[in-house]
Design a binder for this molecule. Structure first.
Ligand code: ZN
Length: 950
């Protein structure tokens, strides 16, 4: 946004001059698109459409001329110069970091004589700090460069050629657009080619004189800006043009000049603009306003795009504009369209839930938007069954949006000398402000942070942390004087450094809860935890130990999110939910999840039914928007999400009386999550932690439901289970001894490669003899990497009953022993990693438009089916069943991950003699109850409930 920065600088210099009344494009400018140049027949230069990638902005007219094809070749453009002079020919192209064979040559000739030639893009213009600041960070960004020439009037030819026939990557030599001008001071910007003018017309109903404030969120960084429009024009900044120019405020019946908004816009996607009548920026918004905004590509009506009007309560209106398509969406049109989308959804069994929280974000407010607009949005969301929008304004609550999460983030409120310790004073003020601003009577939890994470690096460089570490060790009754270190080779010093990092995080979160309570905020406190436990296979790599946080009461409501980045299937939210459920078990607190909408609508549903089945007691569909408003991660412009949400929310409404009182039924087996293991593998690609994720998935695919236990849970919880799966290499010695005792008492222990080798001091546990196994040393042959990218390439090291051994091994691969009354099975490989690594897929990456069909191999399931038997079963591995127990009923929750409607038979052993079985969102074909088993055959789409009344 160089142009913007330049204009901002000008605006500061001429603080009282109106800004950008006219187009910044010089009057003599000749513009031509690179893709319109004449190419030779060699194929070395070809027009190429914009493609979704890492570059911000887009090519003008959404096309490049790409020389990213092999071979030498040329492209030409003839231009007619009306007058002689010295000219600058600017070219916009994609600058990418790192690759060779990128440069191209531009020559200008007249009457067969070359006037100028220059080789462009010999190296990235962003190699210097100045270049990076000017054009932006990142792998690819658009830049402008130019060459100068002097010519007589008449035709000139611009010839484009390559300096090399070689090609290093498909992204080099992508040219966008040329601008020719005699204005040698001109600095081009792509938005100069796409002016957008607006004129503000105050209507007769307008109460008093105002400036029109413009707050906008662009489609790429820098995201936000403020400006004001008054009778003299447009002024940049939040107060300039409003607070300092009362005489220039627009009166009833008055119009502003035409002002050009394009320097504030991107050329990329939807830029969202909130116009609001103000008298001073820091005052309250005007209670009502009446104005018209006339948008045009020209500073008159000839290029008219739209002229939205607002009247009545509220200070303004929201308008979205996409500069690449010219599409203008005022809130009135956008809200009508969204309501239409909601009304067009098919009928779904059930009702809009009243108690089970089904939320999303809806950013329109009565303070700014017209009542009709936000009323339509609320009606749309009520129609698809939502009952919370994160706002607790009376008119919203009156429309049934009573299940809300309020937010007040404080991650940044830290002491100047240590950013991992909160500033108590600022935090107290923060909480007092939120206590005063928010009516908490319709708030189910107070969200204080998003994806908190700490890094070891800070500890090592912080004097406060150094000092507090000593006190921390004393409190743990550790007498050794350990230094803070990020080196696992340092032994216990590293272990205690990681424990301190976790402690720092827990205490930072606890500070929020305590400050909220002190301010009189009594609702449960929460943060949204990120997905490390499935992404890195490491719960505590960034210091967030869910067990420590929830068991110690640092937060009182559990929350996480289902991005499942770089996984093969979003079904792993089941495992992540098992971990969250385990962390919330002891404190008995509820937990919920962000169901990320940016996936295929079938997966939105399969995720939601999986989430409910695994015990989540609130779902926030992230995020609605609306897409034309100033909010992030919006999805309201995807018509398919409305039916997807309704297919979850309405069935929930049918069984919510049970769901709100339900607990997940005891699982078939337990699975260990050793935080100590994750501490010792915090610097590695945690193969053991990743095995946990995919072993859980494999077992799920053979109908085995797992409860996760932490090391500290074993003493009280393990006795309830007959089978335990352990993948972690490092386990506290006391926990290992508890496992051994439990085996002797009759438990069955499954260990995968490398499991149970070390204690918390990373000393050998020497447990193999007691466990009756004899194992070769564990070897890690390859890092597991990410499930989407590296895991499919893992080499086959050996094979066990047609199951490939990957990543690491510890022969023998199958070894069974009897210990006391119990059994130990040592699996000297990683069955879970093998399962996901050999899962075929039709698509490389699921995005919002493609369902991620994954073809998991059968051999793994044949083997895993011998390890444990599920009490609740379906007859297809991609349909998972969970059972929730509530007073008066059991609810079987089905999630169909196959991507297509299926007929399946669900069997529940040790079932009650149910008085009534009812399917919600599915059709029962047959049912039997005999010998204590329930069998129901039904036809379902992505998810359904079976309500089994006792
Ligand atoms: Zn510090």
């Amino acid at each position: 946004m160089t142009k913007l920065r330049r204009l901002l600088a000008i605006a500061v210099l001429f603080a009282f001059a109106p800004f950008c009344l006219a187009s910044p494009l010089p009057a003599d400018a000749i513009v031509f698109e690179a893709e319109d140049m004449r190419v030779d027949g060699s194929g070395a230069w070809q027009a190429k459409p914009h493609y979704p990638n890492w570059y911000a902005s887009k090519p003008s007219k959404l096309h490049f001329l790409a020389g990213s094809y092999p071979g030498l070749g040329q492209a030409e453009q003839t231009l007619r110069l009306p007058e002689a002079g010295t000219f600058r020919l600017h070219v916009r192209y994609l600058d990418i970091i790192r690759f060779d064979h990128r440069s191209f040559q531009v020559a200008v000739s007249q009457d067969g004589r070359v006037l100028a030639e220059k080789i462009f893009d010999q190296e990235s213009l962003r190699q210097t700090p100045e270049g990076e600041q000017r054009w932006g960070k990142g792998f690819g960004r658009f830049v402008w460069d130019n060459l100068e020439f002097t010519a007589a009037a008449g035709d000139v030819t611009v010839t484009l050629s390559k300096t090399s026939a070689e090609v290093s990557t498909g992204h080099v030599r992508q040219l966008d657009v040329f601008v020719l001008t005699r204005d040698l001071a001109y600095e081009p910007a792509v938005t100069d080619l796409y002016p957008l003018y607006v004129q503000v017309v105050m209507l007769p109903e307008q109460p008093g004189p105002v400036a029109l404030h413009l707050f906008m969120r662009r489609s790429h960084a820098p995201y936000y800006s403020h400006a004001n429009i008054n009778a003299q024009g447009l002024f940049l900044g939040s107060t300039h043009g409003a607070d300092d120019m009362p005489d220039a405020h627009l009166k009833r019946g008055q119009s502003s000049p035409w002002v050009n908004l394009s320097p504030l816009l991107t050329y990329s996607g939807s830029d969202r603009m909130s116009f609001s009548a103000i008298t001073t920026y820091r005052g309250k918004p005007e209670p009502e306003a009446a104005f018209e905004l006339i948008f045009s590509r020209t500073p008159d009506l000839t290029g008219l795009i739209g002229r939205p009007v607002r009247k009545g309560a509220g200070s303004g209106m929201i308008v979205a504009f996409n500069n690449t398509t010219g599409e203008l969406v005022p809130e009135e049109d956008g809200s009508r369209q969204n309501l239409e989308r909601a009304r067009n959804t098919p009928e779904v069994a059930g009702a809009r839930p009243r108690t089970f929280p089904m939320l999303t974000g809806m950013a329109l407010t009565p303070e700014v938007s017209m009542a009709a607009s936000w009323e339509r949005e609320l009606e749309a969301l009520a129609t698809i069954g939502l009952n919370g929008v994160g706002q607790v304004r009376p008119p919203f609550v009156d429309r049934g949006f009573t299940r809300n999460i309020a937010s007040g983030f404080y991650f940044h409120l830290t002491r100047p000398d240590c950013k991992y310790v909160v500033d108590e004073q600022k935090l107290a003020e923060h909480m007092a402000k939120h206590r005063a601003d928010i009516d908490f009577s319709h708030v189910l939890a107070f969200n204080m942070m998003d994806e908190p994470g700490f890094e070891l690096e800070h500890l090592l460089n912080c004097a406060v942390c150094q000092r507090d570490f000593t006190a921390f060790l004393e409190a743990q009754q550790i007498t050794a004087a350990f230094p803070l270190t990020d080196d696992p080779q340092a032994g216990s010093a590293f272990y205690w450094t990681m424990r301190f990092l976790i402690h720092r995080m827990t205490e930072k979160l606890r500070a929020g809860t305590l400050a909220a309570r002190a301010a009189g905020i009594t609702v449960p406190t929460m943060v949204n935890f990120a997905i490390e436990v499935v992404y890195s296979g490491n719960l505590v790599r960034r210091g967030a130990d869910w067990f420590d946080v929830y068991n110690s009461g640092a937060l009182t409501f559990g929350w996480h999110e289902d991005w499942a980045s770089h996984s093969r299937t979003y079904q792993i939210i089941g495992y992540q939910s098992d971990v969250m459920r385990a962390a919330c078990r002891r404190s008995g607190i509820p937990f919920g999840v962000y169901n990320v909408l940016q996936v295929h609508p079938w997966e939105i549903q399969a995720k939601a039914y999986t989430e409910i089945g695994h015990g989540n007691q609130a779902i926030h569909f992230f995020n609605y928007g609306p897409a034309y408003s100033i909010s992030s991660d919006t999805n309201s412009d995807r018509p398919e999400i409305y039916a997807a949400i309704k297919q979850v929310a309405w069935p929930v409404g049918a069984v919510e009386n049970h769901l709100t009182a339900a607990k997940t039924a005891p699982a078939d087996a337990a699975q260990l999550l050793s935080v100590t293991n994750d501490i010792w593998n915090a610097k590695d690609d945690n193969v053991f932690g990743k095995e946990r994720v995919y072993l859980n998935l494999l077992l799920r695919h053979v109908n085995v439901r797992l409860d996760v236990l932490s090391e500290d849970d074993l003493a009280t919880e393990l006795a309830r289970y007959r089978t335990l799966f352990v993948s972690d290499a490092v386990v506290k010695r006391t926990a290992a001894m508890q496992i051994l005792e439990w085996v002797k008492q009759g438990g069955t222990l499954y260990m995968t490669a490398g499991a149970l080798e070390y204690d918390e001091r990373r000393q050998p546990l020497d447990l193999d003899r007691d466990l009756g196994v004899s194992r070769k040393p564990f070897t890690l042959e390859e890092q597991p990497g990410r499930a989407q990218f590296e895991m499919p390439k893992l080499k086959e090291l050996a094979s066990v009953q047609s199951v490939p051994v990957v990543a690491g091994q510890q022969p023998p691969f199958l070894q069974r022993s009897t210990v006391g009354a119990g059994t130990v099975v040592s699996l000297g490989f990683f069955p879970g990693l093998s399962y996901v690594s050999r899962a075929g897929s039709e698509t490389e990456r699921p995005d919002g438009s493609i369902y991620s069909e994954v073809d998991f191999p059968a051999a793994h399931r044949a083997l895993a089916a011998t390890w444990a038997k599920g009490r609740l079963r379906t007859d297809h591995h991609l349909i998972e069943a969970n059972v929730l127990t509530a007073p008066g009923a059991d609810v079987i929750v089905l999630a169909n991950w196959s991507g297509t409607p299926m007929t399946t038979t669900v069997t529940l052993d040790q079932a009650h003699r149910y008085a009534e079985i009812k399917a919600v969102n599915a059709e029962i074909i047959s049912q039997t109850q005999a010998d204590g088993a329930l069998a129901v055959t039904l036809r379902l789409a992505a998810g359904a409930f079976l309500e089994c009344r006792r």
